[in-house]
Design a protein around this ligand. Sequence first.
Ligand code: F6R
Length: 238
Amino acid sequence: MKVIKVLNEKEVGKVAGDLILSAIQSNSSSILGLATGSTPESTYEYLIEDFKKNKTDWSKVKTFNLDEYVGLSPDHKKSYRYFMNDKLFHKINIDIKNTHVPDGLKIENPEDYDKLISKNGGIDLQLLGIGTNGHIGFNEPGTSFDSLTSVVDLTAETIEVNSRFFESALEVPKKAVSMGLTSIMNARKIVLIAIGKNKAEAIKQLINGNISINWPCTILQNHKDVTVIIDEEAASLI
Ligand code: F6R
């Protein structure tokens, strides 16, 4: 696992953004796995700036997002599909047909998402955030390392942390469709980003903890190509 410590959020976005851009430069048909939440915002801003300046061509890139809230339609303002369109897809020249976010309303056969990813050749680079409890995707503590895409329950902690995006914790969906830990481990390269003091314990577990389902992120110790990019606060316990 390669760990890159930088000064602040903007630098996290630059270093992660440059890794994504170099994947696209070496293969214009790259398959990217993408994340939502606060952490990737500086990365997406960096990619949009690059698009304005350098006209990086996204027209053949395909993307697969990690997760979506169950019960929210793609046009719901709090859905992750809406987030991705708003924060990235509508601001670069990606073909929206090449972008995939699990559908929060069609949850009958969630594993079809893994089949679609492998039909497209598998993920070249997976961008990940991390929860304060060590979740990656929405794979909460206790999730089997064998998991594929499935409908998962969010913990009270995740609902509370994510209530900042909603009017109140009561409005946060209690379930999500999430790529599983095996779905994530299948990516050829993984880039995990974290910002802020509240991620410090999860980062410590990710890097130095015993591999355990109590800290889902620790499975990444078994992956051969992981780059962790963190600011000073997230790095404060390592
Ligand atoms: C989002 C996702 C989650 C987040 C994590 C951190 O697609 O899969 O694992 O990465 O909850 O969220 P933020 O970045 O908001 O702290």
